[in-house]
Design a protein around this ligand. Sequence first.
Ligand code: ATP
Ligand code: MG
Length: 554
Amino acid sequence: MSTQDTPVSSNFIRHIIAEDRNNNKHNGRVATRFPPEPNGYLHIGHAKSICLNFGMAIENNGSCNLRFDDTNPEKESIEYMEAIQRDVQWLGFSWDNLCHASDYFEQLYAYAVQLIEQGLAYVDSLSADEIRAYRGSLTEPGKESPDRSRTVAENLELFARMRAGEFNDGAYVLRAKIDMASPNINMRDPAIYRIRRVHHQRTGDAWCIYPMYDYTHCLSDALENITHSLCTLEFEDHRPLYDWVLTQLNTPSHPQQIEFARLQLEYTIVSKRKLNQLVMENHVQGWDDPRMPTLAGLRRAGFTPKAIKDFCERIGLTKQNSWIEMGVLEYCIREDLNENALRAMAVLQPLRVVITNYPEERCEQLCLSNHPQRPELGHREVPFARVILIEQDDFAELPPPKYKRLILGGEVRLRGAYVIRCDEVIKNEHGQIVELHCTYDEATLGKNPEGRKVKGVIHWVAQDYSYPAEIRLYHRLFTVPQPDNEENFLSVLNPNSLDVLHDCRVEASLAVASSEQRFQFERTGYFCLDSLDASKEQLVFNRTVTLRDGWVKD
Ligand code: ATP
Ligand code: MG
């Protein structure tokens, strides 16, 4: 954890675990797990759970498993499993055991047989619709299925035949026999096995019945000797079922389920189902599109594990669902990049400047610091020549009040180089500015001459000694803060979430940048090479975040 920068605040789960250790509960052991379903890529919400589960294990000298809850084969895949492992490792965590609920299928089956033998589970032939109708509602108790009174022998035989593949999908389910009148609907004889003839990515066609999530989850936790089963609030109402299954089966270990609030982040979505829809319907370019709140997307945008872990610590842990502002995540990445990103110059929208009194063939190598506050990060050479490029908006014909950059007849400092004065504005036949003619003052290299104070500093690159680059600017993916609360979240997609600038020029040192490096381009933001599309022939940079918080205003 980034304990150095972020004060580690306490939270209720830290308290519970500390207390359990003091009381020697679970023999003082702490064992957690992060249990994703491999039906999509991990998102920033999962990062909260990852940091919590792995973090608690690390802090308490315990262990943490990565467990795939792979009981829904039609939605799951090996691609997702691999991506999930990659993302957890990228965050900097390593699991003690890599587990799969499917590793326990045989054992889960044996436990189900045990429940039947104890008279606590029965095979039901009601259809899914009938089961729903029988379930009752929050105000009405449920109705018992006619099959609830089947004998143990009958149930055992039918369950064996379900497994043997004698029945069609949906013909039967195995249900726990709990209480159809329970005020908690989850306790009204929930299904624990269903028939599903689907190929499973790990067990192939060995099974045509699959255990349900609630039943599988608690038993997987128990089989792995988990001590603290940390999950999100929506499982609070499932806790009685979690405890019921473990108590009835008298499992050797009985983990303790503790719920915390999910992360909800403004202007984005953290639901794999909806993120999947964005990908499948091509609203974004893939799970790792830099606009996506997935870890793969954030990584490609240039976010660092440090910033994400810092964010997860900072937002804290409570039992209250709330929305976190995007500004918090941006603050964390800015903190990291301000300290660690190398400074460089890139001109996003170039305007040609000819320095008329600078010799034609001359090219000087100027020495610029890679990080003004961190001399240990060294220097680089930046070529300077007669024709340079500056940002179009660093020159104004009709300057607004307090404008400190270049104006006709005015002076400005070129970062790390000379002071120039604009003598002439050259326009085309449509009246558009095509280039500026300036003169430089040789005495101003690296210092202001006596009695002359030049306030504005702008960035630049030498036209013939810079490289072309494509630069991608990302904006929020949705136009409203809580897209998840919209009836149709697609209707509030931001149609302008990506700006691609094709004619950018970057300083020569960036031609050999690596995709691990992070840069602060003077005044325009923090950037990194696009790990997918950038090549030696075509530089492509992604903007991770702007330099300052423009979020509220734009
Ligand atoms: P989704 O709705 O995105 O599919 P999920 O809860 O179904 O989320 P899982 O793969 O089951 O996804 O999640 C693995 C773990 O991550 C679970 O313990 C879950 O509680 C946790 N988790 C998922 N989303 C969030 C979130 N937004 N904030 C905190 N934890 C989360
Ligand atoms: Mg889930």
